[in-house]
Write a protein that binds this ligand. Structure first.
Ligand SMILES: [Zn+2]
Length: 400
């Protein structure tokens, strides 16, 4: 069995090999230092499993040629980008020339793709704008005890069982078994994901068993049981979006193979994207009313359409905040400290500014940051605000 140190070393090697592929003429300093910073924080979590599992599932999805959608802020990590399918590059926008190694940052853009392709000034090679400006603080936190990276996986029907088999091989001394929980609302047991049991089993806790389809056995465990028993829970679910994407994979694959890395098409072609499985017809109708000039605007429009259809459009005097990442960047425009902007964005993202019981706390926080009153009022209207990567991940899946 591999030790934790072995796993950290393995993942480090995987990341570094991928960086050499991506940056054959030398790794830009910005990227190298972000990588080192993130890896150090990752090591401090003392929990290599999460990224190792991601690596295993990513490889599986790749070999099965099925989409793997990741929910949560994990896509904000450069490590996730390096270890997975390479869809969402979280770096601040840049150009890199693979022929000569020329690197330059792209100011004034949030997404590199919006700056378009251009020729290298040093050697004339073609360069594409890359990076989606996703901050690593949302993954690792800012204090001395780093947050653990958190993944929630969505894929096609049947992926969970394949994932379980692959995790069995990857964790060969540990039992890997589906975990169900009782949902008091529906009165049924629901599949929560795959549990990787610790090597040393605690016999004092009794397991309840449930039977899944085809006679497969699952453990019935509450959230607390999973924590107490030291089980690593891999949250996976079937998704109709992933299923719809799967139908288009052969076309996507040929594009991917051709380019080596997926690149979004020019924004003028956005209407020709096959939206099936991502936007409903109604959401698409609303999105289509708003002509985006950039991918950044397209993401805003998608969120606008989704919120409008769910009647959860929450803005004050025209402020549209699609994600906690967007709020973070918005706060930086007022020359706020980055850590402080992150804290506010997390606070609002968790719905705390909306919670009237926390109103005093929120007012106190507002005195520590510069923001216009209308933005502050907008923040108070979100019962939650998701990560931008959730939209980007799916958007890039439909575009490749
Ligand atoms: Zn060049």
């Amino acid at each position: 069995m591999r030790t934790k140190e072995d796993l950290f070393d393995l993942l480090k090697r995987n990341c570094e090999e991928r960086m050499e592929d991506l940056f054959p003429k030398g790794i830009p300093r910005d990227i190298q230092s972000r990588y080192e910073r993130e890896f150090e924080r990752f090591r401090k979590t003392d929990a290599p499993e999460e990224l190792y599992i991601y690596r295993v599932l990513s490889n599986l999805a790749d070999s099965m040629q099925v989409p793997l959608i990741v929910h949560g802020t994990a896509r904000n990590s450069l490590l996730t980008y390096l270890l997975g399918d390479g869809l969402v590059n979280p770096m601040k926008p840049y150009y890199y020339c693979k022929s000569c190694g020329h690197y330059e940052r792209i100011p004034d853009y949030t997404y590199g793709v919006d700056a378009g392709p251009r020729f290298c000034l040093e050697c004339g090679g073609l360069m594409h704008g890359e990076g989606f400006s996703l901050d690593e603080r949302f993954v690792w936190g800012i204090d001395d005890t780093p947050k653990r990276i958190h993944f929630e996986y969505l894929s096609i029907i049947g992926f969970t069982e394949m994932a379980r088999k692959n995790l069995c091989m990857a964790f060969n001394k540990r039992q890997v078994i589906p975990i169900t929980d009782f949902n008091s609302k529906s009165g049924r047991t629901v599949l929560r994901g795959i549990g990787i049991l610790p090597e040393e089993r605690n016999n004092e806790i009794n397991y309840d068993l449930t039977i899944l389809d085809k006679g497969r056995i699952a453990l019935l465990l509450s959230h607390e049981d999973v924590e107490n028993m030291g089980i690593t829970l891999v949250i996976t679910s079937d998704s109709s979006q992933a299923q719809a994407l799967y139908e288009r994979i052969p076309r996507a694959r040929s594009r991917y193979d051709m380019l080596g890395a997926p690149l979004p098409p020019s924004i003028s072609k956005w209407k020709r994207i096959d939206w099936d499985g991502f936007l409903t017809e109604e959401e698409l109708a609303v999105t289509s009313l708003l002509e985006p000039r950039s991918y950044e605007e397209l993401v805003m429009n998608i969120v606008f359409a989704k919120r409008a259809m769910n009647r959860t459009l929450n803005s004050h005097r025209g402020y549209l905040i699609p994600s906690r990442d967007h709020l973070f960047r918005e706060l930086l425009k007022y020359e706020n400290d980055e850590d402080r902007a992150y804290e506010i964005a997390e606070y609002v993202g968790n719905g705390y500014a909306f919670n009237t019981e926390r109103r005093q706390e929120w007012k106190q926080l507002c005195t520590t940051i510069l923001m216009p009153l209308d933005l502050k009022k907008t923040c108070e209207r979100f019962d939650s605000l998701g990560p931008e990567a959730n939209i980007l991940d799916q958007l890039l899946h439909v575009m490749i």
